[in-house]
Design a protein around this ligand. Sequence first.
Ligand code: PLP
Length: 401
Amino acid sequence: MTHLSTAAQNFQESAIRRSGILGAAVPGLISLAAGYPAPDVFPWDDLAAITADLLAQRDGNTLQYGATRGYRPLIEQLIAKTLHDRAITAAFEDMVITTGSQQGLDLLGRVLIDPGDVILVELPTYSGAIAAFHNLQGQFAGVPQDSEGIDLVALEAAVTGIKAGGKTAKFIYVTPNFQNPAGLLMSRARRLALLEFARRHDLLILEDDPYGPVYFEDVTTAADTRPIKADDTDGRVIYLGSFSKVLVPGLRVAWLVAPREIAQRVELAKQATDICSSLFDQRIVHGAMDRGVVDRIAPGLRAHYQAKRSVMEQALQSSLAGRVKWTSPRGGFFLWIELPEGVDDRELFERALKARVSFVLGSAFFVDGQGHGFARLSFAGISHEQITEGIARLATAINSH
Ligand SMILES: Cc1ncc(COP(=O)(O)O)c(C=O)c1O
C-alpha cells in the first residue's frame, strides 16, 4: 500500500488478540490465552450504587470533558493513599491519568523514543509493550532473566553493544511484580542493583506494575513488592499503575508517575491523542476509592486468583508432570511453561486448537525471535472446571507430539 507511513506498514498485530480471534472460530474452546480478570470478583453492587449516585446528582461535569492530566480528586486520592501505601512520593505535577496503562506505554513511547532508539527489555516481556514501542519505531535489545529478575551482567553487555553500534539506549522496561508472561517476582536486591545500574549508565527505568497488589500466600511483607520507584532519589524511574486488575478493566483508568518534565510532555501527547480519559470512568473509580471498595475487595481477589493458580498447578502435576517445567507464580495471572524438548509453540498451537484449547505462543513475548519452547497460560478469567479441563486438553495436544 502506497499511502501508509513507514511506521504503519510495520505495525504489529497483538499476538494475544490474534490467538483470541483464532480461538473464537473453534466451538467449545477453552481459552488459556486471554489474561482477563474474573468477573466474579468485580464489585457489581458497589459500582451500580456509585454510578447511580453520580448520575442522580446531574452534575454536568460528570459527563463532560475533563482536564488532560486527569480528575484532580482522583489524583489526590492516589497520592494520599495508593502511592503512600507503596512508599512512593509524588506531587500532582508528576502524575497523569491514562486510558489504561497501555496508553501510558504508548504516550511514554511518544515522549521518549526517536526512530531507531534501543529499548532494553526482559526476555520474555509484555507483548503489549513490545507492540507500543515497536509501532513508534523503537528497536529492542532483549536481556535474559534468572530466578531473581533481569540479568545485570547480560544487561551491561547489551548496553555496551548498543553504544558500540552507535545507537542510543533509551530506557529499560521492566515488570518487577509477577511479570506478564513469566510470573516472576524480581528480588529486592536485584531491584536496587538495577536502579544503581541505571544511574551508572544514565538510563531511565519504566516500571510497569499492574499486578503488584495481586500477590499470593507466600508474599508476606510489603518489601517483597516494593516498587523500584520507592527508592528512586534522582528522578530516573517512571512508574505505571492500573485499576484494571484490582477493580475492573472496563473502566479504562490507569496512572503514571514520572519526572515532572516527562509528565508534562506526556500531558501534551495525551492532549493530541484523546483530550482526556473518560471523566465518568474516573469519577466512578474515585467513588470506589472513596468508599473503600478497592481495599475491601483486595483480599478476596487475591484468594480467588491464588486458588485458581493452585488448581492449574494441580492439573499440570497430574497430566504433564515431567513433560513441562514451570516456576510457581507468587502472584499475578499467569503460569509460564517450558514445553518438552522439540515441541514448537506454533505447531503446538495448531494441535491445541484441534483439542479445543488455546494459549499464547511463548515467542510472542520475545524480541529476539526466540521463545518457541514456551507457552503462556492464564488461570485468571476462567472457572476451576475450565482450568482442569483446559489443561487436560493441552496435555492431549502435547502428548500427541
Ligand atoms: C504488564 C502489563 N502492562 C500493561 C497492561 C495494560 O493494562 P491496562 O491498559 O488495562 O491498564 C497489561 C494488561 O494486561 C499488562 O499485563
